[in-house]
Each structure stands twice: as structure tokens, then as C-alpha cells.
Design a protein around this ligand. Structure first.
Ligand code: SAM
Ligand code: F3S
Length: 397
């Protein structure tokens, strides 16, 4: 039996797909190079913007012919595209299963049912053949409790649910045993990790966790740091309103934690931030970045920006531009605002013209290209430690 996995979207989806591939290979599936050679096709989807959703629909539609030719083929769709399942089943009757975001066990159940109906020996445990990465994502929480008005992800993934410290440590140990040197702890908002956990799920005294309160991300970093053989730890995404000094100090103190933070600002204008429901002001954000840079000299700071949010005037956009110019991020993920169904912002007039949104997006891109060029130029003739993840287009990555 062969599987073909197609993934788009956030690092969470890629981490889920990595885990799904590992589990599928453990029960005897092998990776197919193309969908035509697969018995099981999995689409791990994203709908954060309309353009992502369009790609998913395109992919789904293109698989109809294959399914008609080979009815035994199983087609599963997971990720944030999956919402009202009965409605999806009606619209895409050639899909065998719609699986909620990150529900890898449900996917494996489906594969096991398929394998049980074939000649394949499902009890045969195989050692996965595919090359294991040197760096892997580890989900630490699902969902999000924030109410950003433009965001569909929180609607599709539900409220925040944290995994226990023990479960995460076990997964990290397992990955390290397979050669992983770097883990990225993943969540829509990792800074609020643990708020929903009971104090008992983290043993007191270990890694600085006090008894009587729930573990937080700082405690978790300390515990992950103790895993022998692991060399690097990253975490993302942070929320500016939830990042504590305790977390910054812990990240600065632990040698394995990379000097790297992902803190989305989204806009450099207070009125836009308010309409986005972000819960901080530009001044508070600037202060946070200053605290991070003071605690971690040389830290790389990445951010996300949405341009063309409803009502964003030219001067409000210019405030964002000036903020990016002043803070000089190492990476800016910039996106043009895309109205998403059932979000509060969808009810606001999407009044920035597409051409203007695109111009603002390109302005940010060009600015950032210049800034990154300048930052990179400072690395000339320096010797730094790098982690080689593999080769890409003939170059080490
Ligand atoms: N939790 C993170 C945060 O605090 O912002 C990010 C999660 S969000 C799913 C990932 C990124 O997608 C956001 O930072 C935002 O820039 C972008 N995004 C989300 N919804 C969007 C929309 N409707 N239009 C354009 N970009 C959007
Ligand atoms: Fe979405 Fe905001 Fe959470 S962007 S995932 S509601 S922090």
C-alpha cells in the first residue's frame, strides 16, 4: 500500500503530516512519489486566506478523475478546510473522509481499515524508510483563545487545548532517538501554553515548576532543555499580549533555546490593531521587542503583517511601514487582507482596492529585502554555528 500526502499552510500542518507519514509507514504504508501511484491520498489543508482555500479546491477537483478511474483509492481531507462535514460530504462526494484539523489518529484509523480490507498484514510493524529530518516540529497546543477579528483558524481549530508536559517530553525524546537535533514547539499561541492544564500534570520542582499552578511555556522550555542529545529548541508563534518577562528570561538563559522569536505585530497603527482585536498597542509592542533584544543580544525577530485590513488608510499603512523600518525585523511574513467566512471582520467593508493592497504588500516586501540584505551583510567573514538540514537545489540548507 502506498500513500501520498499533500500539505500546505502553517508549520502545525507540516508537523501533523510528518507524524502521519511516520505512523502510516509504521503500519506498513510506503510513500508514493505521485498521487497516481497511491492507494491513500491525504490532503492536509489550509484556508487562512482565500488563495489557500482556492488551492485546496483546485487540488480536490483535480483528483476526481483519478478517483473515478480507481474507486478503491481512498481520499482523505484534513486540516482547516474541514468544517461542516455533512455539507462538505455533499459538495465533494468523491472524498472518503473529512478529518478535523490535527486529528492524526482518525487518519490512521482510516488507513488501518483500508489495510485490513486488503492483503496487507496490518500487524507487521515496519521501520519507516523515508529519511528522518534533523529538525522537527512538535505541536504543544491546538486551537487559540484569542479573538482576532480576521482569523478563521481559531474558528476551525477551536479553543486552546495544551498537551501535557509529559506527552511532549516523550515525543521529543522519541524524535531525538531518531536523530533529530532541533525541535520547534508549535502552537497558534505558544505563549499561553498550559493555561488549561491542571497543576498536577506537571511535577513540582522539575524545571522550576512550582506546585499549585499550571505549567507554562517557560517551565516547558526548561523541561525540554533537559532532553539529552537535543541541541536546539525553538518555539512559535508568540502573541505580543501574552509574552511574559519570565518566558523571555528563560529563553535567554537556556543555551539550547535559539535566539529567535516569532512575534506577529499585524499592524503599526493603534486604531487598526483595535479593529483587529489584537489586545496591545504599538507602544506596548515596541517595548516588548526592546525587552527581547535587551535580554537576548543578537536575537532574530520575525513578525507577521496584514496590509489592507478594512478601513486601513494610506497613512495607517505608512505607520506600519515606519514601524518595520524602525524595528528592522529579520523576517516579515506579509499578507494582503483576505475576508474569511464567519469572522467578525467579514462584516466590515473590504474597502482597500486589490491593486492598492498588492502595492502595500510589495512595499513591505521591498523594504524587508533591503533590511535583510543589510542584516546578512553583517555576517560576512564571521564564523557562526549552523545546523545543516539538507540540500536544496544543489545548495546546503
Ligand atoms: N497566532 C498568530 C498571531 O498571533 O497572529 C498567527 C496565526 S495566523 C493563523 C497566521 C498568519 O496568517 C497571521 O499572523 C496573519 O498575518 C495571517 N492571516 C490570518 N488571517 C488572515 C486574513 N484573513 N487575511 C490575511 N492574512 C491573514
Ligand atoms: Fe488567529 Fe489571532 Fe489566534 S491570528 S490563531 S485568533 S492569535
Amino acid at each position: 500500500m502506498n500513500y501520498f500526502l499533500w500539505t500546505i499552510g502553517c508549520q502545525m500542518n507540516f508537523a501533523d503530516s510528518r507524524q502521519a507519514a511516520e505512523e502510516l509507514e509504521r503500519i506498513g504504508y510506503q510513500e508514493a512519489g505521485r498521487p497516481e501511484d497511491a492507494d491513500l491520498i491525504v490532503l492536509n489543508t489550509c484556508v487562512v486566506r482565500q488563495s489557500a482555500e482556492d488551492k485546496v479546491v483546485g487540488r480536490l477537483t483535480s483528483l476526481l478523475g483519478l478517483k473515478r478511474r480507481r474507486p478503491a483509492l481512498r481520499l482523505a481531507v484534513m486540516g482547516c478546510f474541514v468544517n461542516e462535514i455533512p455539507e462538505l460530504e455533499q459538495r465533494y462526494p468523491w472524498v472518503d473522509a473529512f478529518i478535523k484539523p490535527s486529528d492524526v489518529p482518525a487518519l490512521i484509523d482510516l488507513a488501518q481499515q483500508q489495510a485490513a480490507g486488503s492483503e496487507m498484514d496490518v500487524n507487521e510493524i515496519r521501520i519507516p524508510q523515508s529519511e528522518f529530518p534533523v529538525s522537527a516540529g512538535v505541536p504543544i497546543s491546538q486551537g487559540c483563545d484569542h479573538l482576532c477579528t480576521y482569523c478563521i483558524v481559531r474558528l476551525r481549530r477551536g479553543p486552546e487545548v495544551s498537551r501535557s508536559v509529559q506527552e511532549i517530553i516523550l515525543e521529543v525524546r522519541r524524535l531525538v532517538a531518531r536523530g533529530v537535533k532541533e525541535v520547534t514547539l508549535l502552537g497558534q499561541n505558544v505563549d499561553s501554553y498550559g493555561r488549561d492544564l491542571s497543576p498536577a500534570s506537571s511535577p513540582p520542582q522539575v524545571g522550576g515548576t512550582e506546585g499549585g499552578r499550571h505549567p507554562d511555556l517557560a517551565d516547558l522550555l526548561a523541561r525540554v532543555h533537559e532532553v539529552e542529545g537535543l541541541e536546539r529548541i525553538r518555539f512559535l508563534t508568540s502573541h505580543p499580549a501574552d509574552m511574559t518577562d519570565k518566558l523571555i528570561e528563560m529563553a535567554a538563559r537556556l543555551p539550547k533555546v535559539c535566539e529567535h522569536m516569532e512575534v506577529p505585530v499585524q499592524s503599526g497603527d493603534d486604531a487598526v490593531l483595535r479593529r483587529m482585536g489584537r489586545g496591545y498597542t504599538v507602544a506596548q509592542y515596541r517595548n516588548l521587542v526592546a525587552r527581547i533584544r535587551e535580554a537576548m543580544p543578537g536575537v532574530g525577530v520575525a513578525t507577521d503583517v496584514i496590509v489592507g485590513f478594512p478601513g486601513e488608510t494610506r497613512s495607517q499603512f505608512e505607520a506600519t511601514y515606519r514601524l518595520l523600518e524602525a524595528l528592522r525585523f529579520d523576517m516579515v511574513h506579509v499578507a494582503a487582507y483576505s475576508p474569511r467566512p464567519d469572522t467578525p471582520a467579514e462584516r466590515l467593508a473590504d474597502d482597500v482596492a486589490p491593486g492598492e493592497k498588492e502595492r502595500r504588500r510589495q512595499d513591505v516586501d521591498s523594504l524587508q529585502e533591503r533590511i535583510v540584505g543589510e542584516i546578512n551583510a553583517q555576517l560576512r567573514d564571521q564564523t557562526v554555528e549552523v545546523l545543516v538540514e539538507g540540500r536544496h537545489k544543489g545548495k546546503w540548507r
